[in-house]
Design a protein. Sequence first.
Length: 299
Amino acid sequence: MGIIILDYKLAWKDALFTLQKSGFRYDINGLRAWAVLSVVLFHFLVPGFSGGFAGVDVFFVISGWLMTDIIVSGLHQQRFRLGTFYLSRAKRIFPALIVLVLVLLGAGWFVLPTPDYQELGSQSGYALSFISNIDFARADSYFDSNAHEKWLLHTWSLGAEWQFYMAFPLFLMLVAKLTGGRLPWIFAALVGLVVSSFLYSVWLSARAPTDAFYLLPTRAWEMAAGGVVFMLSKMQKKPKVPHWLYGLGWLFMLGTFALVNSETQWPGPWAVFAVLGTMLILLRSGKKTHLFVTLLPNG
């Protein structure tokens, strides 16, 4: 009888979430544009974007949202297949990455001296293996002038993201296995991942800033934060984000782009503002919100 009552209570708690199909999100495309633009303007030293590198953090939150949607929805409907998930990620990423590497290797053959071309070849191998972030963590800081001379420096984030893609479904599958797929427990596990990875990020940023910047364990909380906001958005009684709080989200995100700089410990405690701002924007926005052209949400 006790087991029956417990199962009933857990089933009732599962009803807190409703995982209907998300559909296409214009706001996510808009946030992607903001993230990419901020990084580009940072590298071109455009005034007002000294912290534009935080666009990567925004992108990580978006990736976490999308991956959690695919994985948790699939697990809940008992149709998630790990191999299919990995293959779909590879199909989306590999073609463009291969073309990029081939173009750079072709151009580099004509313009780079031999030692630099050999370095580009090494970087290409790390990029195609999705371990660029590990390689760069052993060398220069992201903000050193030497690092900016590396043609494939930007692939560090792709490496961290791919590593997350490999580990994240395994993590969620384990949680689902241990908890019978109960959505509240999956939500709690995501929150726990955010907290533990964030605390480690703060700790390591003060001690080994280059490792903290590049490596997955200190970045996982940003992607897991996207998973948390996805789960919040799927609650039957979705948390209300009033207009002023939505505006605060934009202030956090854009303020980070403008106010932090290469001297800031990153992704230490200051990264909270970019991540939380992105979470608030995603939670308040909807399918028809075009965030690249307006800061005003629908509804």
